[in-house]
Design a protein around this ligand. Structure first.
Ligand code: SF4
Length: 209
């Protein structure tokens, strides 16, 4: 038993070191710097002990400026969906927040945020998930997270993938982006609030207490 505990402890330390080295490399990354109009600022929250992971899109301008993921009205709505306060949401020992792109990609001609840079997921996503702990619950937010993490299991579009949430539960739950841009979507799909959200809150509570 003592040997088992020593091996487990050594494995935790190794995972920790591997993850720390990777996070250091990501924070020093400059791979797509020339395409980032606001410059490089990888935003990522992760630890070797987190039980819940949120995989999102890419930082917006406010996240870029503060270095804190979902530090905006979308984050307020996501916290409300999950039934957690800011202190819990930003407790890295319990919650990891990973973007499909780690730096703010800038805005398009209409003022909307550009999609996450593809180079970012290609360079880091698999390496990072190999070093992260096994999560009790992973929330996939938006189509870029669906495409990468669900692969062929993702449906034709966001609505169909979220509507099929029971196929991915209990360990994975797909969610639409909590942006105000999806207000019409939320209105059009009342099952999201009446069926999925109560389940989501129950699973979040069971994953992180
Ligand atoms: S978006 Fe990703 S790949 Fe590009 S510079 Fe930032 S961390 Fe590196």
């Amino acid at each position: 038993m003592a040997l088992d505990a020593a091996i487990r402890s050594r494995n935790v330390k190794n995972t920790d070191r591997r993850l720390s080295n990777l996070l250091r490399d990501i924070r020093a990354c400059r791979i797509c710097e020339v395409h980032l109009p606001h410059g490089v600022n990888p935003v990522i929250h992760a630890s070797a002990t987190a039980k819940l992971c949120i995989v999102a899109q890419a930082p917006g301008i406010r996240v870029h400026e503060t270095g804190i993921s979902f530090n905006d009205p979308s984050g307020d709505r996501l916290r409300e969906w999950m039934g957690v306060d800011r202190a819990t949401f930003y407790d890295e020992s319990r919650v990891a927040i990973i973007g499909m792109g780690f730096c703010f990609p800038g805005t398009d001609a209409k003022g909307g945020d550009r999609p996450p840079r593809k180079e970012c997921a290609e360079a880091w996503q698999d390496k990072l998930f190999a070093a992260l702990p096994k999560f009790k619950l992973t929330l996939l937010v938006g189509i870029y997270a669906f495409d990468w993490h669900l692969g062929d299991a993702a449906k034709a579009n966001v609505t169909e993938t979220v509507r099929a949430w029971r196929e991915f539960a209990p360990r994975t739950i797909p969610l639409p982006h909590p942006s105000w841009r999806n207000n019409a979507w939320l209105k059009k799909n009342p099952w999201f609030a009446t069926e999925l959200l109560p389940y989501l809150r129950k699973r979040v509570k069971s994953a992180i207490g």
